[in-house]
Design a protein. Sequence first.
Length: 275
Amino acid sequence: MSYIKSISRRTFGLAVAGVAIALATAGASYAQDSVRTIKIATAAESKPLSWGAIGVEPQGYEPDVLKAINAKLPQYKFEMEGAADIAQETGLATGKYDIATGGYYRAPAREKQFLIPESPIGASLIKIYSRKDSGINEMKDLVGKKIVPVTAGGGIYKFATAWQEKNPDTKIEITASSAGVPYPDRLKEVQNGKYDALVLPSNLGEQTVIDNQKLDIKASEPVSINNTFVLIHRSEENQALSNDIDKALKELKADGTLAKLSQKWFGEDITTYMK
């Protein structure tokens, strides 16, 4: 073989290899560039549902579910940060966040403002917390009792108002407040007799507080059950995201992942209540 032919073949081989490397690099770059980063706001102070301030890795049931969803959707990279309730919905409405989770109920106003996947992420079990000797087990037992004020316009206020409308002959006194007193302090107020009962979703960690502080308080059976949902910033681009999350949540419920995470964080399987 002549020297010239040898050089030509070697040059051609190097050229082909170079093209192959370039194509592979371009493919890797394209794949990396095609992964969309999704900004997510999670509840900052709702242990064990979700907690973790800005700059702290969110923990809890919903962050774990979001990680499981992301594992099924490699076309997205989920980035979570804790945020106060009002900051969550404001940030979601303005597009600062693509997703918000925080035990949110589906409501007509939210359906107009945000995209909401059909499949729930969890279930909120509303229970009554009272002293063990109170004799309070259901809503009608709250007649004549002092109930811890509830957030004005919040889910518990709407539930109590709706219950009162359906039971006009059973009068209970519900006071709305915007004080924002943490629920551990509210439980202590029930313990010391300032109030007779506290009505709240059970996924905020009340039982942990009761156990850790050895409070003489019991939780009723659920007086209301509501599915909770992922809220998504409404945009044309996010419609595909909503569909993908809906599909992933269906799969995670079917394969038992949601049940396992529920047992891990709440000590009970809330998926049995998910409609």
